[in-house]
Design a protein around this ligand. Structure first.
Ligand code: HAM
Length: 422
């Protein structure tokens, strides 16, 4: 073996693919039902889109971006997430003038230079939804409903929802002051990262996984006590709508999310099916991002889910119905002449939508029948020189073993009948 995929960048092989297809089909089926249309943005953007959008002082921007100068000397970055790109596209194509509420979804690879581990890779895939143009708390609830709907439809049973509100920038300023005042006396006890965060991004101390940090934070001030009346009211209504939709949640005062654009509602969805720790989905409101990118103040809310994590869960749970399509027809041929004619017949079957295979490995008839069996063919057609000379072909029903000789002119019709009687 000379070459391996780069660390943290994984192949998705044909063995994995049925799970990926199950997730992708579910996403593509469910999003439009909620009114979301697909958008595809480029895999890379000018670095400032993420630096400004996600926030200079976030882990994603500080440590995890794949940034390089292109041949024209411009700083480019492989997208670490898609919300900033979607907002950039919303403004670039002036959707604010075309529709009152833009509801978009996406599927695709993202890149973060993180330490790879189970469910965490450097190239990973997200599906996500963004709704730009409404401040309605019912839309926050819809987002959460959509996010959980996709997971439960895929067969996850225990989907847990963590919820918080981090208010507007003014609320946060006041809260951060209090938080820093509370944390300062404990500075030496905080982990090294959090000591730095105390200066740069104190909110991030709230969701530090370090035991010492989290036990200090536990007795500290909670952001929901610092919400202005508008934010408090908004959050109260989000919760009411969630109740209305029978979506249960757990309040998590330390849920702040790792990206700077969030305002008001933030949420994460977990699966307790396998005691999984990591969030399958994360999202929230980002009412300031469109304005930050030069647009009019425009409220928005969204979420994204990680497909790798979800696939891992689905594989272990065996809860998802996989659609691995088996062979409909295998056409066995015995020499060059029958192969030539056989290819034509295969083409005809494929044009009619039947999954059909022919031998490319110079196998004996026995070998070809074995192959047909292994790949689950429902019907095997055998075209030998004898049959060909009489313009006939043998059809074998692989389930019953019954064989019939049919005229070549009726071939497609007879195969169709056999397959339909299965
Ligand atoms: P995020 O929480 O950074 O949010 O990522 C969302 C999801 O992507 C995570 O919950 C996780 O499932 C998956 N994910 C993140 N990083 C990795 C990784 N290195 N390997 C595997 N999976 C990963 C966002 O990206 C926001 N843009 C979500 C959003 C949309 N908020 C508003 N709109």
């Amino acid at each position: 073996m000379k070459y391996y995929a780069p660390k943290g960048l994984n192949d998705i092989t044909p063995d994995d693919m049925p799970y990926w297809h199950a997730v992708e089909s579910e996403v593509r089926a469910t999003m439009p039902v909620y009114g979301y249309e697909e958008i595809r943005t480029p895999m890379m953007e000018k670095t400032e889109v993420f630096a400004r959008g996600v926030g200079e002082e976030t882990d994603v921007v500080e440590k995890e971006m794949y940034t390089f100068d292109d041949k024209g000397g411009r700083s480019m970055t492989l997208r670490p997430e898609n919300t900033a790109s979607v907002v950039r596209a919303y403004l670039e194509h002036k959707y604010y003038g075309k529709e009152e509420l833009s509801k978009w979804y996406y599927l695709g690879p993202m890149f973060r230079y993180e330490a790879p581990q189970k469910g965490r890779s450097r190239q990973f895939h997200q599906y996500g939804a963004e709704a730009i143009g409404s401040n309605d708390p019912a839309l926050d609830a819809e987002m959460i409903n959509l996010a959980t709907d996709i997971l439960t439809s895929l067969g996850l049973n225990e989907v847990g929802l963590s919820l918080n509100s981090i208010g507007c920038p003014d609320d946060r300023e006041e809260y951060i002051e209090e938080l820093v005042e509370y944390l300062n006396p404990f500075k030496e006890e905080l982990c090294e990262d959090c000591q730095a965060r105390l200066e740069t991004n104190p909110l991030r101390i709230l969701d530090c996984k370090n035991q010492a940090c989290s036990s200090i934070v536990e007795d500290g001030p909670e952001i929901t006590d610092y919400l202005c009346s508008e934010c408090r009211d908004h959050f109260k209504n989000v919760k009411k709508y969630l109740d209305q939709l029978n979506l249960s949640y757990t309040m998590d005062p330390n849920l702040v999310r790792g990206l700077d654009y969030y305002t008001k509602t933030v949420f994460e969805v977990f699966s307790s099916d396998l005691g999984a720790q990591d969030a399958l989905v994360g999202g929230g409101r980002y009412d300031g991002l469109v304005e930050l990118f030069g647009g009019d103040p425009t409220p928005a809310v969204g979420f994204a889910g990680g497909i790798e994590r979800l696939v891992l869960l689905l594989e272990e749970l065996e809860g998802v119905e996989l659609k691995k399509r088996e062979l409909d027809v295998y056409l066995a041929t015995l020499d060059r002449e029958t192969k030539r004619r056989g290819l034509k017949l295969v083409q005809r079957l494929r044009n009619s939508g039947f999954k059909t295979e022919i031998d490319y490995l110079e196998k004996s008839l026995q070998g070809q029948l074995g192959y047909a069996d292994r790949y689950g063919a429902d019907v095997t057609a055998i075209l030998g020189p004898q049959e060909l000379s009489e313009d006939e072909i043998t059809l074998r029903d692989m389930e019953t073993g019954e064989q019939t000789l049919v005229p070549l002119s009726d071939f497609t019709e007879k195969v169709k009948n056999l397959l339909e009687s299965e």
